[in-house]
Design a protein around this ligand. Structure first.
Ligand code: AMP
Ligand code: ZN
Length: 114
């Protein structure tokens, strides 16, 4: 998707602070972190949101969670705890319409009733 910001980061047309990359995923630091560690785990294929997942994406999404758990272990927050978030759609606060998993950690994270 030419106009998609995350597709442009994947294509290296826009710079990002890349933490990890393989053939299926790119992981980079959020430009506006809300926790000491705030990474975005992004499948390279353009899927707009969780709402657009198809049965064929099952393996990819499974791998995305495995990657999150590997990163948490490597960052030393596996046992301390962390948070994984998908924002979905307007009320879910999704700004970038390319599926991504937020990994937040490094402190006790607040939880509110909204
Ligand atoms: P969401 O609201 O779930 O769509 O999250 C989008 C996230 O992308 C926000 O936390 C932004 O701070 C982050 N973001 C936007 N532009 C960039 C960028 N160029 N590099 C890294 N993170 C970005
Ligand atoms: Zn995209």
């Amino acid at each position: 998707m030419k106009k998609c910001l995350f597709c442009q980061i994947i294509a290296k047309k826009i710079p990002a602070n890349i933490f990890y990359e393989d053939e299926k995923f790119i992981v980079f630091y959020d430009i506006n972190p809300i926790a000491p560690l705030h990474l975005l785990l992004v499948p390279k294929v353009h899927i707009p949101s969780i709402n657009d997942l198809k049965a064929k994406d099952k393996e990819l999404i499974g791998e995305l969670f495995l990657l999150a758990s590997k990163i948490a272990k490597k960052q030393g927050i596996k046992s301390k705890g962390y948070r994984l978030i998908f924002n979905v759609g307007k009320e879910g606060g999704q700004a970038i319409k390319h599926l991504h998993l937020h990994l937040l950690g490094g402190k006790t994270l607040p939880w509110s009733k909204y």
